[in-house]
Design a binder for this molecule. Structure first.
Ligand code: FMN
Length: 162
């Protein structure tokens, strides 16, 4: 059964970003007709290990690697994604996301940075081998998000995830 994992790159634990990512996962599961199931990694929990315990980061990446589909979510920090998310992804082996469908989700306080998810996060995921059919942005004023808030491209997603 298709697993949909979540990686949230907010340094604050149990963030609105994580919550929105879980809601996007629900929306995706609905489109794909699969149960809401898969590994969830809140990078805030990993943060103390990021530069001191490579095995802990590797274990989290391996756990996420078991999912066929991933949501990678981040708040916008300084017009880009967070340094914490980059520090985690920098430890991923090359090709870590090969064959996976990955939906990036970026939250921001302002629409001024709505394209940061396309310009900054999408290329990192593509570099790791991901298929990225859509990149999603949410203004924090629209939170908490509901599954219906995500205009997912159902036909493309169903064609890519078998
Ligand atoms: C260090 C820092 C930098 C930020 N930089 C931006 C920014 O450049 N553009 C923006 O729109 N919001 C920026 N924000 C706001 C957050 O992206 C926004 O509040 C987001 O919703 C926070 O998500 P959270 O509630 O999950 O923490 C910044 C917030 C912090 C703490």
């Amino acid at each position: 059964m298709t697993q949909i994992g979540v990686l949230a790159g907010n340094p604050r634990p149990a963030s609105r970003t994580l919550q929105a990512a879980l809601t996007l996962r629900e929306a995706l599961a609905g489109v794909l007709g699969v149960p809401v199931d898969g590994p969830v990694v809140d990078a805030a929990v990993l943060a103390p290990a990021v530069f001191t315990d490579a095995d802990a980061v590797k274990a989290a990446l391996t756990e996420l690697g078991a999912a066929e589909v991933l949501v990678v979510a981040t708040p916008t920090y300084k017009a880009a994604y967070t340094g914490l998310l980059k520090a985690v992804l920098d430890q991923a082996p090359s090709g870590w996301l090969r064959g996976k469908v990955v939906l990036p989700l970026q939250i921001a306080a302002s629409d001024r940075h709505a394209l940061a998810v396309e310009v900054h996060l999408r290329p990192v995921l593509t570099e790791l081998g991901a298929l990225v059919p859509q990149a999603l942005f949410l203004n924090e004023n629209a939170l908490p998000a509901q599954p219906a808030d995500f205009a997912l491209d159902s036909d493309v997603l169903k064609a890519l995830v078998r």
